[in-house]
Design a protein around this ligand. Structure first.
Ligand code: PEP
Length: 252
């Protein structure tokens, strides 16, 4: 099955509202470069509504970087799925490695967040990936298998077919070290096999993005792999031109 490539930018805790809107203008001016590729951006929550307004009608997706699993409640500092959707988001990253490492997010919690997003009509983008010691110990597949099966434990096969997965080896995030195209393809093919086990043929339509120091220079060889359906880009997405160059490299 041919899957349309998807390139998403994760700004993390960068950009003021004014900087975010300026980025959107730059992106819109160059959108023709990304023809044939779906784009999305994950701004900080404070800029989400501005970005959604600035990108309205462009077809570029706007996602949260994280969301709470409850509909509402006494959860100081958190944001609900309904709030994200109201601000203009159509999806959310879940379980980014920084959330897992710095904010103690674990697979059981993520399983709740996946279903909360699906029930609110938001696309969950489940981030998974092994730490360097796990790769060195030959445990990459065990880790990925566990993260997927636990993180998707509450979702039905039909719901799983509607998610996006981001494979982000932790040792490659923000380090300038990238998985080789062969390493990425091997991990992505393994992930698709687990998804097939969980979602049957629906797994063929699930986009699996690679993340970890993706740049315009290395994007083409990574996204040319048969099971690499695009990229989740951190640092390089802060510049609209460089996200567009990555999208251009991912064109089918
Ligand atoms: C990320 O934050 O998801 C990421 C992949 O970061 P970077 O591209 O900077 O490695």
């Amino acid at each position: 099955m041919s899957r349309r490539p998807l390139v998403a930018g994760n700004w993390k805790m960068f950009k003021t509202r004014a900087e975010a809107v300026a980025w959107c203008a730059d992106l819109r001016a160059g959108l023709a470069e990304a023809d044939g590729v779906d784009l999305a951006v994950c701004p900080p929550a404070t800029a989400l509504a501005d970005v959604a307004a600035a990108l309205a009608g462009s077809g570029v997706g706007v996602w949260g970087q994280n969301v709470h699993q409850a509909e509402s409640g006494a959860f100081t500092g958190e944001i609900s799925t309904g709030m994200l959707a109201e601000a203009g988001a159509t999806g959310s990253l879940l379980g980014h490695s920084e959330r897992r490492a710095l904010f103690n997010e674990h697979d059981d919690l993520l399983a709740e967040k996946v279903v909360a997003c699906l029930e609110a009509g938001l696309e969950p983008v489940l981030c998974i990936g092994e730490m360097e010691y796990a790769r060195d110990a030959g445990s990459t597949e065990t880790i990925l298998d566990g993260q997927l099966r636990s993180g998707l434990a509450r979702a039905s096969a039909e719901q799983i077919a509607r998610i996006t997965v981001a494979y982000e080896p932790v040792w490659a995030i923000g380090t300038g070290r990238t998985a080789t195209p062969e390493m990425a393809q091997e991990a992505h093919a393994f992930i698709r096999g687990v998804l097939r086990d969980l979602a049957g043929d629906g797994a063929d339509g699930i986009r699996i993005l690679y993340g970890g120091s993706v740049k315009p220079e290395n994007a083409a060889e990574l996204t040319a792999q048969p099971d690499v359906d695009g990229a989740l880009v951190g640092g390089a997405s802060l510049d609209a031109a460089s996200l567009l160059a990555i999208a251009a490299a991912a064109r089918p």
